[in-house]
Design a protein around this ligand. Structure first.
Ligand SMILES: C[S@@+](CC[C@H](N)C(=O)[O-])C[C@H]1O[C@@H](n2cnc3c(N)ncnc32)[C@H](O)[C@@H]1O
Length: 213
């Protein structure tokens, strides 16, 4: 019997909810979520990352890295990857993938806990979604960006519309904190019955960070 599910995860509210839920899900997440749903989101994000990067410094922050599926996609690349997540259980699974330089447990809502490191790329899959992180945290993670860094932030389409992420990006552009903003629409799952619904699509928000937050 499946104990955890994507739909249940969408109903989580607090940071403690997320920590506990994902700590309990960590050991089976890759099998009963990623494999079963034919989850292709990390792959889509990494394709865009590799297409768009012009950086020589190859440091990358994986926001809400979970069990490290982005790391698996980038295993044979030159990226030096640090993963950030609130769940020690998920980070433990990510550690087993042997791809990450560092795995940092923190609540992304608390920017005072962020390291001072600035990365040349910042990416995220599955963490800006229903019941998870919203526009406020999106603005906070810019504190991890080096000037001219490339960001590829996946945001679930239903969540993007419900929390009006577009207006956050419009503000960031007019404040000259980001440039070259573009949205690429991608499916999160391969060939499922829900593949065409808003919940199963994501806006990949691609931009360069240019300002000081
Ligand atoms: C749906 S999983 C996505 C994991 C991975 N990126 C993937 O695509 O498989 C969402 C992740 O966000 C993390 N998360 C949720 N709220 C968080 C917070 N406030 N701070 C840090 N991580 C958080 C969870 O622990 C979980 O690993």
């Amino acid at each position: 019997m499946k104990v955890h599910s994507r739909d249940e995860a969408y109903t989580l509210v607090t940071s403690a909810d997320h920590r506990d839920y994902y700590d309990n899900w960590a050991k089976t997440y890759d099998q009963d979520f990623a494999m079963e749903t034919k989850y292709i989101y990390p792959q889509k994000i990494c394709e865009i990352l590799n297409e768009r990067t012009m950086s020589v410094d190859m440091t990358l922050a994986d926001i809400g890295c979970g069990t490290g599926l982005i790391g698996v996609e980038l295993r044979d690349s030159k990226w030096i990857i640090d993963g950030f997540d609130i769940s020690s259980g998920m980070l433990e699974e990510a550690r087993k993938k042997r791809v990450y330089r560092d795995l940092i447990r923190l609540d992304l809502k608390n920017e005072k806990d962020y390291p001072r490191t600035r990365y040349s790329a910042v990416i995220s899959s599955g963490t800006f979604t229903l019941g998870h992180l919203g526009p406020n945290v999106l603005k906070k993670i810019l504190n991890l960006c080096a000037i001219q860094s490339l960001c590829v932030i996946g945001i679930n389409l239903e969540h993007f519309d419900a929390l009006r992420f577009q207006s956050t990006f419009t503000d960031l552009k007019s404040q000259k904190k980001i440039e070259n903003f573009e949205i690429i629409s991608v499916p999160i799952y391969q060939e499922t019955e829900v593949a065409k619904t808003k919940k199963a699509l994501a806006n990949l928000c691609v931009f360069n960070y240019i300002g000081i937050t």
